[in-house]
Design a protein around this ligand. Sequence first.
Ligand SMILES: Nc1ncnc2c1ncn2[C@@H]1O[C@H](COP(=O)(O)OP(=O)(O)OP(=O)(O)O)[C@@H](O)[C@H]1O
Length: 689
Amino acid sequence: MTESEFKALLDSRSLHLTNEQWEAIREPGPALTIYAGPGSGKTTVLTLRAAYLHLVRKIRPEQIVIFTFTRKSAKELQARLGSFLPPLKNVIAGTFHSLFLHWLMREKHINPKLWSAQEQRAAIVTVLTELRLPTHQEARDQYVQSVSKLKNLMQEFNRDNLIDTHTRQTLKVWERYEQLKRDHGRFDFDDILSEFYQTIEHDLDFRKRLQDMISVVMVDEFQDTSQIQWLSIILLCKQKIPLTVVGDDDQSIYRFRGAKPDILAAFEHSFPTTKTIVLKHNFRSTDPIIQLATEVIEQAATRKQKPFTGVVGSGIQPSLSCHQTEWAEALQVTHEIAHLVRINTHSIAVLARTHRQLICVVDALRKNRIAIQPLDPQLDLYRDYHVQRLLCVLRATQCTSDATEQDHMEARLEYGKWRQDSLKQPKLATSIDFDRFLQKMRHSTAKTAIDVARAVYDPYLWRARKNRGNDGTLERLYLLYEQASDDQSLSQWLTDIDTVIAQSQQRQVHSTQIQLLTFHAAKGLEFDHVFIIGLHAHAIPHQRAMVEAHNEYDRQQILDEERRLLYVALTRSRFRLSLHYAQTVLQQRTEVTPYLKPLLQKVSFTSSASDETDLWNHQSKFAIPTPGTVLFHKIFGRGKVISVDSMQNAGHKVCIIFNGRDRKCFYWEILQQLGHLSVSTDRGKGIRQ
Ligand SMILES: Nc1ncnc2c1ncn2[C@@H]1O[C@H](COP(=O)(O)OP(=O)(O)OP(=O)(O)O)[C@@H](O)[C@H]1O
């Protein structure tokens, strides 16, 4: 095929390329950098360049290698190449991990026994336990990430080399983890990269065999390449194989894996003869979306400017809505999505900074029977251990039939356990207590029921967790608490939950399936309508990411990375961008992310939140006594409050002196709910001090 025939082929498929795109497709040089913003056709150009090289330059497809950042984008690329006419079936497209492993297995007969992500996490927990460090999910994930980052940055065990955020502890964890891995004769995913790098550096025969097999290398999303991946590519290609890299420093979002936005500049340094082509047009989004996203990214502390104009033209102004809680936010988003689904709109996505933030929307969409793409099970609120325990007791309050006798028994035992432990008075945890509890709950509203149940469960949990408080693993339980309202009976609320659970078990394929993704997972994708939720100041920049900042330089780097993440999310939308945040999140008051705060006049802003955000105030339900208050206890008689302590997320501990000598402490909310205590109108009469 000649060049003009190729161009005619693209025209016949309504692909009218810009001059820069066309130049990028046919550039013959040994090194090429394609540098551009979101939606400018980088991936499109990469695909067409592979087609051009095969059809016009007669390079065999199996000699063209394209590195992608995720398996999903590798599949997407292969699908695009496969649907080309004529189809390009054998182009080698894959992630660094998969291609490096493939070559190691084929050429070096290395067949490592890989640790799954789950096994890797378990190994880290073993090491943390051994070193007497916290093992909860957040700590574990942080160490998994830190170890991976060290390996991707090619750090040594030498402490002097630890220029980044590596504390003594991370180093110890890393050393022990490596030892454990060696003892078991296993590999982790990062070892694939290290092994490949070592082999291609030292084994010249291996390097040559690869170079003979490959005619062209292209790297998509180059800004997210880690040090070890980049050095491996240099060894593979330099002066032997033409290399094209495609990237956007504004979309560099994998700092935690060792990626740096300035890698594009490093490429120009390593390949000084490289030709750089800048794609200047955004083909994806309407002008108001591009303008908002550009204003966000332009505030980054360090950034290379690039020219950028939209091709689509004018469109709807992005909207920003403030809600009282995450549940209210989810309800509104679901309401808007339901409307879009009714008018037969496909291509809808809901994006959030973290998985946890998507839970309420998942729930609300399922409640409204709106189909969603299969999800990570961790987005299922009702799979959570604590949520299940609480619901098991609440469900028993609604059961009367024999069929549920077993559940009833379980609930009774569970409830007894909470009371026994929290009150330290086993005798009180009798069936009479439970029956009274059931009676009280049977006709309550969902909110009252939750208040009663948590007044027993929270102190129990608080003790069981050895005063650790909320370390992030109870977030789902608190979401359940927040979900209950006074507008619904307990029975109706539980029925709604059953609907959601039933819906989550259905495996039907619908024509419209809403995609729910984190900002990271949304990279490279595009949708007509994008809802971005959780845009509050605690989530963006993410509080946990900020923990890694040990000095001002780190802090600025992380702030810029979080800004880029938001930029990636904003630029996924073609036509409509609907932005949301809640004013109260997990009982804490918050506000809009600082990245959007200066831009409020650029969006159409609405707020349904009120100034009164005291949603979780037990005090409104059960007035908390002050020292000196006189009370009457059913068993111990009259007493006087001597101290009141507030416990984090677990109500109040009240110490009372009875008959001037018996000092007893109670969980105030529990005893109030059970009706064991009442405030005496008799101000201290008859009480000995
Ligand atoms: N010359 C063109 N004419 C019309 N549409 C185009 C052209 N080039 C690209 N597009 C379209 O623009 C959209 C964005 O393209 P693509 O996904 O390749 O961009 P990208 O630069 O890789 O985006 P991102 O960096 O955000 O992942 C796609 O829908 C693509 O089909």
